[in-house]
Design a protein around this ligand. Structure first.
Ligand SMILES: *Cc1c(COP(=O)(O)O)cnc(C)c1O
Length: 385
């Protein structure tokens, strides 16, 4: 990479394009293949031919890998079929039987499930730490991973990643970060000391609710083991999915700006509602994580939470059901708005909330239309016991 690094807005547009080898087409086409033919036996020697077998990569997957590598500051990248697989592949590339991991208590639920079942069976011990807690006293001689997510799933606590990385590295542990909320555009994971950065490309990278894909990017010290683990487990992402992710990537910067703008407008509006007791969104000045967010992040995405005053389950359902623009469903990061009551699970402490916590993904619709929809929801809520 040259010393004149392009801005992320430019990288997402220009990176990973292979027009010269594809008759000038702007986008690398979808290569659907298992077998790749060799002209002769001599060409089968390692490195003689750029592509050797579908699982091991095609021009389509290589285009996406190159683009992401550039966005992640020159890191090595592997593509996998889902965000959750990016989590498990990153962990398995570092951990061994008998090791110990520290994992944030605000972690994505299925990540916790993997630690508590599969990793436990393989002889790996997990300790959950409250987001914001000092991790130094929790480190054990066999602690090999500190697994962070910032902001946390459902509750949006910001963590001091450079401070955590300093402590973990002094101890010889690797720092893994699920950076799905921010994407590499809004938080430079490797630049802040993260060894393995994880992205559920299903969310903002794809951006259109039509693909499950994930990636892990590694700094130099972690690249070989990541590539080995990825290869040994037979992982790849399909040509069609890589194409969709690349297509999403081209508009990522402009979409994120709009998601942030609408989330800020919606949270400002919600903060003034008598039914709302708290907003969970680090881009707001009154958020406990705001100072660190401002120091480390370049912006906020469109996913946030808020706490309602205590209401009955029926009243909560009346609020959420019947929205015109907000869909009820898992995942987020697509063009469309979503709403979902949050089920918060904690073991290192408790998440204090008197009323229900609701999560919103602010989509690309008009903010005023979204507010009108929420206003109707509050009318339904207030009209229900
Ligand atoms: C959605 C999500 C994942 C998992 O992505 P999938 O593609 O659904 O497997 C991982 N981490 C976070 C923070 C997520 O929000």
């Amino acid at each position: 990479m040259s010393e004149m690094r392009d801005k992320p807005e430019t990288i997402v547009v220009g990176s990973g394009r292979m027009s010269a080898s594809h008759f000038g087409t702007v986008n690398t086409p979808v290569y659907r293949t298992s077998t790749i033919l060799f002209p002769d036996i001599a060409s089968m020697a390692p490195g003689k031919q750029p592509y050797s077998y579908g699982r091991r990569g095609t021009p389509t997957s290589q285009s996406l890998e190159q683009a992401i590598g550039e966005l992640e500051g020159g890191a090595q990248v592997v593509l996998v079929p889902s965000g959750l697989n990016a989590v498990t592949t990153a962990i398995l590339s570092v951990i061994a039987s008998g090791d110990h991991m520290l994992v944030t208590d605000s972690v994505y639920g299925p990540t916790r499930q993997f630690c508590d079942t599969t990793l436990k069976r393989l002889g790996v011990e997990t300790t959950y730490y409250a987001p914001g807690a000092d991790i130094a006293p929790l480190l054990k001689p066999n602690t090999k991973i500190v697994f962070c997510e910032s902001p946390g799933s459902l509750t949006f606590e910001i963590q001091d990643i450079p401070a955590i990385a300093g402590i973990a590295h002094a101890h010889g542990a690797s720092v893994l970060l699920d950076n799905t909320w921010a994407t590499p555009l809004l938080f430079d994971a490797h630049g802040h000391g993260v060894d393995l950065s994880i992205q559920a490309g299903t969310k903002y990278l794809g951006g259109h609710a039509d693909v499950n894909i994930g990636y892990v990017s590694a700094n130099q010290a972690h690249a070989a083991r990541l590539k080995e683990t990825h290869g040994n487990m037979g992982l790849n992402a399909s040509g069609d999915d890589c194409f969709l992710a690349l297509r999403g990537l081209r508009t990522l910067a402009v979409r994120l700006k709009r998601h942030q703008e609408t989330a800020l407008a919606l949270t400002d509006w919600l903060a003034k509602r008598p039914e709302v007791t708290r907003i969970l969104y680090p881009a707001r000045p009154d958020d406990p994580g705001h100072a660190i967010w401002k120091r480390d992040f370049k912006g906020a995405s469109g996913l946030f939470g808020f706490e309602l005053k205590p209401v009955s389950d029926t009243a909560l359902a009346a609020f959420v059901d019947g929205m015109r623009h907000f869909g009820i469903g898992y995942s987020w990061g697509g063009f469309e708005s979503l709403i979902l009551p949050s089920h918060i699970h904690r073991t290192a402490g408790s998440f204090e909330a008197k009323g229900p916590v609701v999560r919103i993904h602010a989509g690309l619709e008009d903010a005023g239309d979204l507010m009108a929809d929420l206003e109707q929801g509050f009318l339904r809520l207030n009209g229900t016991q």
